[in-house]
Write a protein of this length. Structure first.
Length: 260
């Protein structure tokens, strides 16, 4: 990977209770191979700065004996992607192995386009892999089929998006509907469990009409969610519950990246 693209990235989070920490820190190296394929290695160093100010004064892990652990890799992921053809059907395949340093959790994604149905993705992932689009590890194995519907072709509306997916193991079916009108974006996610017939809903609303500033609101059917205001690399996030806002939970986040 002597011609690899290498990027360092992270996120610094400051909370209303006076604590601050680097809660994300990754080193990602990516390189092309095998005529159009791509291999990506993502490493997470074992040291992340952590500072807190409370009634007992200043507490921090930024000490000489701890700084040496920045050279040790806490864990790493490996991903290989390649476009290919299966039984005459063009497919994009991605094979990943996450948390390799802790035993590994593999996953395979196969994406293709089906006429009148749209993009269809099959995801097979073991527990511990982030097989879904959420930024957290799966609690159980996943066998999911997702279809992104071509709403512009079906209804002639390019501002409307929709997708459906179903996971055999969890028995969860998700319906995603999105709509964009100028500077306003609306998203609805409904989850139906076919085992017990329970349903949950989540709504996102985003407004980008103020130059350089984004305003987002997320709320679920339990009246829990957050309000976020973003500007460039910065975000202020205010969690909201039925009981109101807890000032200690308000966060200021700053993301950073550096290409090497």
């Amino acid at each position: 990977m002597d011609q690899a693209d290498v990027r360092l990235s992270g996120r610094i989070t400051v909370k209303g209770d006076g604590s601050a920490k680097e809660d994300k820190f990754t080193i990602r190296a990516s390189s092309s191979f095998a005529k159009g394929g791509r291999i990506t290695l993502t490493a997470r160093p074992g040291f992340r700065p952590d500072v807190a100010v409370d009634k007992d004064g200043l507490r921090t892990n930024v000490k000489a004996d701890a700084l040496s652990s920045i050279a040790s890799i806490d864990d790493y992921d490996l991903e290989v992607s390649k476009s290919t053809e299966i039984m005459g059907q063009a497919c994009d395949m991605t094979l990943s192995m996450e948390n390799v340093g802790r035993g590994g959790a593999p996953a395979l994604k196969v994406k293709t386009n089906v006429e009148k149905v749209g993009d269809v993705t099959l995801t097979l992932a073991r527990r511990g892999n982030k097989g879904s689009n959420d930024d957290k590890a799966l609690g159980q194995d996943m066998c999911r089929v997702c279809a992104t519907l071509p709403m512009e072709d079906l209804l002639g509306n390019k501002d409307l998006t929709a997708s459906v997916d179903y996971d055999i193991n969890s028995k969860n079916a998700n319906v995603h509907v999105g709509y964009k009108n100028g500077d306003v974006k609306l998203k609805l996610r409904s989850t139906i469990n076919t085992g017990d017939n329970s349903m949950t809903h989540k709504v996102n609303a985003d407004y980008s009409g103020i130059e350089g500033v984004g305003i987002g609101v997320q709320v679920n059917d339990k009246v829990e969610g957050h309000v976020a205001i973003t500007k460039d690399r910065y975000e202020i996030r205010v969690p909201v519950t039925k009981s109101g806002v807890n000032a200690n939970d308000v966060t200021l986040r700053m993301t950073w990246s550096h290409d090497m």
